[in-house]
Design a protein around this ligand. Sequence first.
Ligand code: AKG
Ligand code: FE2
Length: 273
Amino acid sequence: MDNLDRACNPLDMANSMAGSGQHSMAVARAAIDEALAMRAGAGAAAPQASVFVAPQQMPYIDLERNLVAAPDRVAEVLFVLKQPQIILLGNVLSDEECDAIIAHCGTRYTRSTVTGEADGSSMVHEGRTSEMAFIRRGEAEVAERIERRLAALAHWPAECSEPFQLQKYDATQEYRPHYDWLDPDSSGHRSHLARGGQRLATFILYLSDVEQGGGTVFPGLGLEVYPKKGSALWFLNTDINHQPDKRTLHGGAPVVSGTKIIANKWLRQGRYG
Ligand SMILES: O=C(O)CCC(=O)C(=O)O
Ligand SMILES: [Fe+2]
């Protein structure tokens, strides 16, 4: 509390508490969340139930153990890169859940788009040749359940995330290397930033196995993650001060044979509505 009163950055404090070895990151952040909530309450009227306060820090996955538990499922930590943070989790979805999401989207796919740099509009781009479909919030029970699971795994409210975006790649289709963070220097991205803030973290849910090709590649890191049905890839798009991290350049390599279907979930700084 004293440090908070001296206006230290809460995330730096959590990192240093955890770094001192006395506390896990989860315990450190919980303590700081509690102190922030107390400070917000002190001297002010009790917050109304309808007032939504976005978390101030970063979403995080608790890596204390090799298994990470959400209330309704236990996932496995399969791979961790520390800087930039990239985590591969296995067993996040059951095969039935993957199939149910794919079935829900049926044939509603349309050619994928990217956000125009100039005006922020959605435009077809030769670098993204897949097809996409969205699942609106409240539309499918299975999507709601998985959204709650991801929110628990990432310690981040579902309200502060974009609805699921599915991407379907058939043979030859790809998404060339790009960033998921929105560029504050691009006028087109600024309108998207105004709605929910920066994309702090990405979850890519692999909904299908792919016979050949279709890895998620990080060219600057020499890393390729192979799609595996039910696994989820997580990475932080920004540093702890919410500034874009250029090391997160990534793409979807061309599918050679089979069909790759993923669901993207982007975690925002604030409420996305
Ligand atoms: O297809 C992939 O593995 C990556 C997809 C991606 O980066 C995106 O949709 O933003
Ligand atoms: Fe991406």
